[in-house]
Design a binder for this molecule. Sequence first.
Ligand SMILES: Nc1ncnc2c1ncn2[C@@H]1O[C@H](COP(=O)(O)OP(=O)(O)OP(=O)(O)O)[C@@H](O)[C@H]1O
Length: 384
Amino acid sequence: MGGACCKEEPIDFSQEVELNHFNLLRVVGKGAFGKVRIVQHKQTKEIWALKYINKEQCIGMKAIDNIIQERKMLEEINHPFICNLRYAFQDDENLFMVIDLMLGGDMRFHLERAGHFSEEAVKLYMAECALALSYLHGEKKIVHRDLKPDNILLDAGGHAHLTDFNIAVKIRPERPLTAVAGSMAYMAPEIFKRAGYNESVDWWSLGVVMYELLFEKRPFHGKTNELLQKSIMQDTLEIPPEASKFSPECIDCMKGFLTRDIMKRLGCKEAGGLDAIKRHPFFSSIDWDKVLKKEINPAFVPDPNACNFDASHELEELLLEDNPLRASVAPGGAPTDGLSKEMMEMEMKFTVFDFKNAKPMQTTTAPVEIAVSRVWECEMGMKW
Ligand SMILES: Nc1ncnc2c1ncn2[C@@H]1O[C@H](COP(=O)(O)OP(=O)(O)OP(=O)(O)O)[C@@H](O)[C@H]1O
């Protein structure tokens, strides 16, 4: 029989959100500053992903501004095809972001395992990503700048969601962007010209992703960054012989995104924006209202009986972690003297966020509904 010593203190959920409001379940990924694990809100029973960022590591890598900026940007965003922020809080060791859980794993994971995707699957991914990008660019004035298969996560049903707003920035028409930022192989040619660029770069990256999903390789190559850059800027787009397996409309759409001239590039506002995508023959069979409502069933549904994550992160935590995640002192309760300038900065700027108290957004997305028992099964190490 359980003794009084083991009884958990009742939690006051009317207080600000903190780590103790969640049950910590299995680890599903590892980022540059910490891990990502499945959590369940103890009161609402909703399942989310918890991304935790070690403060010391964040300071060491001089990434405070990036993290604060990413989190501020996520606060503004709410879209069905984006991993939205639900809660943010911190303790004395970590910054925490609770986001929409994507049980299907990332697109890179599936590309590496299954190889290329079918034309039907790619069509829906492109439509879903195009809606997300158009929302970011048009309504939120945000350029993602790091679109690639690693940053497109699938939910349990197989719908695509953009994630990782680490290097995303606000568009200011009077001040075009100039920084060479992103993942080289997915960067648009105008980034290297150093004459300023805007959201057009995301449409190019989407084209590189489309090419990779169809052909299992990227369109431009180079053994060094310099050669790769040269190839992106100059080389003729090579269409592999396997292209005959796909419709001419599909290939034409991909070429449209991979057009160097932004005045003609598919998706760019200069070339008709989202309307031009919707009018493209590749998407003639698509009902865009149904896409937005996630009423179109993806051609590829991640196997619910297989683990769609790299299980080594979980194993690593079990075997190596000498400082596993635990509910720690909330910063408000700890003395602040002796804290470094950077620690103070994070404490002040990384304020508590609760999506339930946030301003209502135009588009909403339902919380993930899955059987919790499945998550626990995973936790217990069963095949899933
Ligand atoms: N919302 C989510 N649901 C499920 N898994 C996720 C979610 N977000 C991230 N992951 C998994 O965790 C991994 C690490 O994600 P995270 O965003 O922390 O790191 P990252 O992609 O390396 O970005 P960063 O550059 O910010 O470290 C991802 O590759 C993905 O597999």
